[in-house]
Design a protein around this ligand. Structure first.
Ligand code: DGT
Ligand code: CA
Ligand code: CA
Length: 359
């Protein structure tokens, strides 16, 4: 008995709780890049704003145009504000379940096989009680899906958003999954779904019935096998207890104290690559990059750059480190030790990265 928990329009909902007068209005949480007044992207929006076609990743200027006739609130993203309720809710979930695998700031898989004795009636009672407690304590709604494995649970939590509760017993898995669009399936991103659509595969049923050789030709053996099983609702991945790591870092001691950026980078680069390998192993994307400098007097200084969207790539690390380091050393002078840190970590769910991992 596996569940998937996901808070509804999370950042925007926390902003609504913070300022209840915004509840009736479209609310758009924005990541401003600072270049011009409206440059940047939408982080998320409440469902009022989504009715006007506003969604995550959209340029703020486009969202403003769509909401021109409304009294929409455009708010800057305040990550610090969202972390405390997230942590309290994850602790509550950990207490109410057999095992919890947190996969992002607002979502987690959980196992309740022992807690419910495998009974779907008991699971309904437990999931309803979790929803009620989250609403009472945090004034937040969430959506929960329950099924025989993670793939089904994830589809189920997405099925009746917002404030949903969807249970899919084993004998209903195929009827539930078959009509859903294929890109709802875990691991199928926009690239794969385009490739599939070009071959007439638009629903999960289409994928389940697709010629295995055709899939292998397009996606390679491993990914094709994953799709083949996933489309049939076959998934043996256990819920692996895990708390979201919010940051990871590597620090090195310089061969000699220096402020020469080229010299520092030459020594720091292996640590950057090591950190990136660690992220790949843990299947984590990052949202910001920091350079840490430790001075000869042991005081610490950092410089941070936030990315607009989370990434799993190495290049944002190697591209931002030199500028951060120059800015840092121009303030501090010579450094004794130097480090690289990534934060805002979350599970990389994009298809391309999943494909990389499977390869
Ligand atoms: P939902 O679950 O569909 O009701 O809506 P959200 O907003 O909870 O969406 P979800 O679960 O994909 O993401 C959780 C939070 O992560 C969301 O509130 C804001 C942030 N987020 C999601 N997508 C993006 C994005 O493309 N850019 C940025 N900056 N933040 C994002
Ligand atoms: Ca969510
Ligand atoms: Ca989520």
């Amino acid at each position: 008995m596996v569940g998937h928990f996901d808070l509804d329009y999370f950042f925007a909902q926390v902003e609504e709780v913070h300022d209840p007068s915004s509840r009736k209005l479209p609310v758009v949480v924005c990541v401003y890049s600072g270049r011009t007044e409206d440059s940047g992207v939408v982080s998320t929006a409440n469902y009022k704003a989504r009715e006007f076609g506003v969604k995550s990743g959209m340029p703020i200027s486009v969202a403003k145009r769509r909401l021109m006739e409304t009294e929409a609130r455009f708010l800057p993203m305040r990550r610090e504000l969202y972390e405390a309720p997230s942590e309290r809710i994850m602790s509550l979930l950990r207490a109410e379940t057999d095992a919890l695998e947190q996969t992002g700031i607002d979502e987690a898989f959980f196992d309740i096989t022992a807690k419910t004795g495998g009974d779907f009636g008991a699971a309904t009672v437990l999931a309803s009680s979790i929803k009620r407690q989250v609403l009472q304590r945090e004034k937040l709604t969430c959506s929960i899906g329950i099924g025989p494995n993670k793939i089904v649970a994830k589809l189920a939590s997405d099925f009746a958003k917002p404030d949903g509760l969807t249970l899919v017993p084993p004998e209903e898995v195929n009827d539930f999954m078959n009509p859903l669009p294929v890109d709802k399936l875990y691991g199928i991103g926009s690239k794969s779904s385009t490739l599939l659509r070009e071959r007439g595969i638009t629903t999960i049923a289409d994928l389940a019935g697709a010629d295995p050789q055709l899939l292998e030709g397009v996606f390679g053996h491993k990914l094709a096998a994953h799709f083949h099983n996933a489309a049939r609702g076959v998934d043996e991945e256990p819920v692996t207890p895990r708390t979201e790591a919010t940051q990871l870092s590597r620090i090195i001691t310089l061969k000699k104290d220096t402020q020469d950026v080229g010299e520092i980078l030459a020594q720091l680069n292996p640590a950057i690559e090591d950190l990136h390998n660690r992220l790949m192993e843990k299947k984590l994307a990052f949202r910001s990059v920091s350079v840490i400098g430790i001075l000869p007097n042991l005081s610490i200084r950092t410089r941070t750059k936030s990315l607009e969207i989370p990434t799993v790539q190495l290049s944002p690390l190697t591209d931002t480190a030199p500028a951060l380091l120059s800015s840092l050393t121009s303030e501090t002078g010579v450094l004794r030790r130097v480090g690289i840190r990534v934060s805002g970590l979350e599970t990389a769910e994009e298809q391309s990265s999943l494909a990389d991992f499977l390869r």
